[in-house]
Design a protein around this ligand. Structure first.
Ligand SMILES: Nc1ncnc2c1ncn2[C@@H]1O[C@H](COP(=O)(O)OP(=O)(O)OP(=O)(O)O)[C@@H](O)[C@H]1O
Ligand SMILES: [Mg+2]
Length: 303
């Protein structure tokens, strides 16, 4: 099945010829069925270098299924999946990583009690010395981690502190810097701001922008249209496994995006239902425009 000629695991950027002008990653009418459950159907999406593609959708919309296909955890059962214009079918996340596709999961795979620098190199430790007396190159690892974090504008007081003592937002940032250092060309972030407060979300959004500015193609999965709109270049909204909206930034306003996410018609129906259940006068409930209007957008103008 796999036509992986060379077993070049380890060096991530090995055979990743720079994408000409086209997208690094592309889905064409892709879909995925689990037995007879169709989780995803007919989805087309492109990820370009230096651009942020946002994937939005409600619970069960198919967001995780989509990224599982791209990150090599699952295989698509319909349509095409191309990397650098060539159709691919990954059997393991390692194969995706070898093509420069890195995924930062929400439950970050870190060892809480180990220092930040150690986590930065987890699984890819630098060593020195000849084979029988090979040992960890601690100095280089510390220096590199510090430098790389600074390059991304992340300043931590002490890289010796256990990563578990960092805030959720800071840990996301370390994970982003790590992916950039290890040669990712495409960075997939699964709801990085879901569990974060306003301020920490802002920090993570800043590093998403930093990764984009360093030329990575970013896939940003989120429930939050406000977060998406601050950094997004393209917006793909999934509903019940299909693409409901696929629009460039110039083609959609924040209000429209919010409306798509909230489902204007559904909100109206809900309002009606609530009124019946509680005997509330529908007139007392906010208008749909109010429900979908942008609420206190944190630091407007970040983009
Ligand atoms: N392994 C699986 N086996 C069967 N059905 C699955 C499997 N994984 C996902 N599904 C179904 O596919 C649909 C899409 O799920 P998915 O996890 O991709 O949604 P999501 O958009 O990530 O939702 P959430 O926001 O809740 O994470 C759901 O109906 C889900 O029940
Ligand atoms: Mg999910």
């Amino acid at each position: 099945m796999t036509n992986n000629e060379s077993g070049t695991h380890g060096a991530v950027l090995q055979d990743t010829a720079p994408a000409k002008d086209g997208p690094i990653v592309e889905l064409r009418g892709a879909g995925k069925s689990y037995g007879n459950i169709r989780a995803l159907h007919g989805v087309s999406l492109q990820v370009h270098p230096g651009k942020v593609t946002c994937v939005l959708g409600d619970n069960g919309a198919g967001k995780s299924t989509l990224i599982k296909i791209i990150s090599g955890l699952h295989q698509h059962t319909e349509g095409d999946f191309l990397v650098d214009g060539t159709p691919v079918r990954f059997s393991t996340p390692r194969e995706a990583l070898d093509k420069g596709i890195a995924t930062v999961y929400q439950d970050l795979a870190t060892v809480p009690l180990m220092p930040v620098w150690r986590n930065f190199f987890l699984g890819s430790e630098k060593t020195k010395g000849p084979w029988p007396v090979r040992r960890l190159d601690i100095d280089t690892m510390k220096k590199t981690a510090d430098q790389e974090l600074r390059n991304m504008g992340i300043v931590l007081d002490d890289l010796e502190q256990p990563i578990g003592t960092l805030s959720g937002g800071q840990r996301q940032c370390v994970a982003i810097a790590r992916a950039v250092y290890f040669g990712a060309r495409v960075l997939i972030l699964d709801e990085p701001t879901a569990a974060l407060g306003v301020k920490q979300s802002g920090v993570v959004l800043k590093y998403i922008a930093a990764a984009r500015d360093r030329g990575l193609g970013v896939i940003f999965i989120t429930h939050n249209p406000h977060h998406a709109y601050m950094v997004g270049d393209h917006f793909s909204v999934l509903r019940l496994g299909t693409l409901e909206l696929s629009a460039d930034r110039s083609e959609v306003s924040l209000e429209e995006l919010t409306n798509h996410m909230a489902g204007g018609a559904e909100l109206a129906a809900l309002k009606h239902e609530l009124a019946q259940v509680r005997g509330v006068d529908t007139e007392e409930l906010p208008e749909e425009e109010d429900l979908t209007a942008p609420v206190a957008t944190p630091s407007e103008g970040t983009t």
